[in-house]
Design a protein around this ligand. Structure first.
Ligand SMILES: NC(=O)CC[C@H](N)C(=O)O
Length: 269
């Protein structure tokens, strides 16, 4: 019989021109028991690689295609037009998708977030209210919901770094209300003093509506977030690691949950 504890879930780290957080994302998944493979989008387009050979798809951060048109736009068009069927099947098969920063922008621009409808774009990540790139550590309140990636983390305030120019989560009022009602908000920027969601700059680094830093789809298996969990998977990644007891690096549970879920469900390959 197959011992799932010995099978390392295969993680497709999707890269293309301008991706720059692929190695760190691969490192985070490997550290938590996954087997990461860096896959160029052209390898998927040519058929040299197939999404069906993987259990987790991660779209990492960076400046894909130089953020031309809009951050993440060109890669999202590539995914939605050339890899639509593969991607649809991947999600329908119960597998996991994670989009970090530029990856979140890509997932939103494909339509996979918030409603899982490829080609139907219902939200956006706009230019930060500050009008410039924000690179800083942020406090994040983790919401209680069915998100696979954050099980066991709800109610905690964690710290991840943000680094983006277009991170303001924005949508129309009706969509925002539906996202809230269906419990799809996963992370909110939080105040350093109260730990509650905040619109105040710089704790909320971009002016996101409802302080939204990350959302998942209704299944809880597709997650996108602007902050970078892969930048805090070693204690020394945090600038205050010698002064403050922060416990386990805050990015680790997110990757560990994903790998454990993929190993347990044995989805696909
Ligand atoms: N770190 C990143 O992924 C950057 C995201 C994107 N290029 C932006 O600046 O908005």
């Amino acid at each position: 019989m197959l011992n799932t504890s010995q099978v390392k879930p295969r993680v497709c780290i999707l890269r293309t021109d301008g991706t720059n957080c692929d190695q760190e994302t691969a490192y985070a998944f490997n550290k938590t028991g996954g087997e990461s493979h860096l896959v160029h989008v052209n390898q998927l387009r040519s058929g040299a690689e197939k999404l069906s050979d993987y259990q987790i798809l991660a779209v990492p951060g960076g400046f894909s295609y130089g953020d031309d048109i809009h951050s993440g736009k060109v890669l999202s068009v590539e995914l939605a037009s050339f890899l639509n069927d593969q991607l649809r099947r991947f999600v329908d098969d119960g597998k996991l998708v994670l989009g970090i920063c530029n990856g979140f922008q890509v997932l939103v621009r494909t339509g996979l977030l918030p409603w899982g409808e490829l080609g139907t774009i219902q939200a956006t990540l706009m230019e930060n209210d500050s009008g410039h790139f924000e690179c800083r550590w942020t406090n994040l309140l983790v919401e209680q919901n069915n998100c696979v990636f954050t099980q066991g983390m709800a109610g905690t305030v964690i710290q991840y770094q943000v680094a983006h120019g277009e991170g303001k989560f924005y949508t129309d009022e009706v969509t925002l209300e539906k996202i809230e009602q269906s419990g799809q908000v996963v992370f909110r920027y939080a105040s350093t003093t109260s730990g509650q969601a905040t619109q105040d700059y710089p704790q909320n680094p971009n002016g996101s509506l409802h302080a939204i830093a990350g959302i998942c789809d209704k299944t809880g298996r597709v997650l996108g977030l602007m902050p970078h969990p892969e930048r805090f998977v070693e204690t020394f990644h945090h600038p205050n690691w010698r002064r403050v007891q922060l416990g386990e690096p805050h990015g680790l549970p997110l990757f560990r949950n994903a790998v454990a879920y993929a190993a347990q469900t044995g989805a696909g390959c």
